[in-house]
Design a protein around this ligand. Structure first.
Ligand code: FAD
Length: 384
């Protein structure tokens, strides 16, 4: 049995790993010649780390995961600590730690683990066809490939999604811009073993330790779409948006390298129920495109892959296995997208009264409520 995997991102690589565990041959096709991730880093929460372990790639997490042992919120303007607590109770409750990792390192290690030479780069899918005999993928360079089924892990702008759904989807602007990048660890900005977030005015500045003495940082500002801002203006833009904010935030702005700082207008897609049509399945962002507000987009791609493998372990019947995958995943991924959207609105001041109430809650928080929220999200995964 042969699967055609479209996309060599987290979703495609983990799907290939899961299918390989079931003895299924996979041909992987990636549009770009060289992968350039859109973000600097990402937090793989415990549910995602469990999936990486299950797929045989746990060593990558051990190597790349930063020492994130504490969590704190600070008032963005004064720098006062609103809440600070250990993440150990979370790790004990769910049986695995979270791993903030460099995105480029994660993707390249997943690709190396599979074997870079076995992936076909520069193959951009244009359309797909399926019949009783199997599937065919057509690429923009005029070539085609045939197999028994397709896993379309071609991201949020998926070319295959419309074939599966029967209609085009629209991406929804979430109302804020995210700048992200990496800087060397500097304890004048934040403790080296803590996820620190400064909040105020519906904005946030977040800092997480990743491996090799680096901080992953991001700045969020609610803004209209399509502003004339880019890497050339990043320092002056952040200095203006965060004028009057606490000293560590100013230090971070001074430390960033504009050349490697990404500016992203954050979007999601209204969740849908159909993930599969016949012998073609969507996986990862093509199936569920979320705002990054609960850090679960990549984790849920990993979960999709684990479940896909579990479904093929139950039956070799392709269409039955893919339908099983759809029914196992659709409620979970819809829940995560909607949870992230809700968190996004509160964090980014969609209704400033609600955001202020959240800031007030943070000042009373001892850690239990936040840990319970994180735990709930994590244990909803397939390896809970
Ligand atoms: P992608 O990573 O987009 O990969 C898709 C691949 O398909 C790409 O390599 C692309 O080149 C290829 N492709 C595209 N079109 C075609 C085509 N036509 N033919 C062939 N190949 C194609 N998630 C977390 O779990 N934790 C986080 O902390 C987190 N933070 C985030 C922060 C930001 C700012 C953003 C934007 C996202 C964040 N995410 C996070 C979400 C996470 O990045 C995505 O959910 C994850 O990358 C999805 O993986 P994927 O493989 O489905 O898609």
């Amino acid at each position: 049995m042969k699967a055609l995997i479209i996309g060599a991102g987290i979703g495609g690589m983990s799907a290939a790993a899961a299918l390989k565990q079931q003895g299924i041959e996979c041909d992987i096709f990636e549009a770009v010649k060289e992968i350039k991730p859109v973000g600097a880093a990402l937090s793989i929460w415990s549910n995602g780390v469990k999936c990486m372990n299950h797929l045989g790639m746990g060593h990558i997490m051990d190597q790349l995961g930063g020492p994130m042992h504490y969590l704190a919120y600070q008032d963005g303007l004064t720098g006062t600590v609103m809440t600070q607590f250990s993440l150990t109770p979370l790790v004990e409750a769910v049986g695995e730690r979270p791993c903030p990792v460099s995105r480029a390192d994660l993707q390249s290690q997943m690709i190396d683990w599979w074997g870079k030479e076995k992936i076909q780069f520069g193959k951009r899918i244009e359309s797909v066809e399926q019949s009783v005999d199997g599937v065919t993928a057509y690429f923009t360079d005029g070539t085609q490939a045939s197999g028994d089924f397709i896993i379309a892990a071609d991201g949020t702008h998926s070319k295959v999604r419309a074939h599966v759904l029967g209609y085009e989807t629209e991406r929804r602007y979430a109302g804020y811009v995210n700048w992200n990048g990496l800087v060397d660890i500097d304890e004048d900005i934040a403790p080296a073993n803590q996820w620190t977030t400064f909040v105020g005015e519906g904005k946030r500045v977040s800092i997480m330790p990743i491996a090799d003495g680096r901080f992953y940082f991001f700045f969020d500002v609610p803004l209209p779409k399509g502003l004339d801002e880019d890497r050339n203006t990043v320092k002056q833009d952040l200095t203006r948006y965060f004028a009057g904010w606490a000293e560590p935030v100013q230090k971070l702005i001074s430390a960033i390298n504009p050349e490697t700082t990404n500016r992203i207008e954050i979007h999601d897609i209204e969740p849908f129920d159909t993930l599969v049509k016949g012998k073609i399945a969507l996986l990862g962002d093509s199936a569920h495109s979320t705002t990054p507000d609960i850090g679960q987009g990549g984790c849920s791609a990993l979960e999709d892959a684990v479940v896909l493998g579990q479904c093929f372990a139950k039956t070799p019947d392709i269409e039955a296995a893919l339908l099983d995958y759809q029914s196992e995943r659709r409620f979970r991924v819809k829940d995560l997208v909607l949870k992230a959207r809700k968190r996004c609105d509160v964090t980014h001041g969609k209704n400033m009264q609600e955001t202020q109430a959240w800031y007030d809650e943070l000042r009373q928080e001892k850690g239990d409520n936040i840990i319970e929220g994180l735990r709930n999200t994590i244990v909803g995964g397939p390896l809970a």
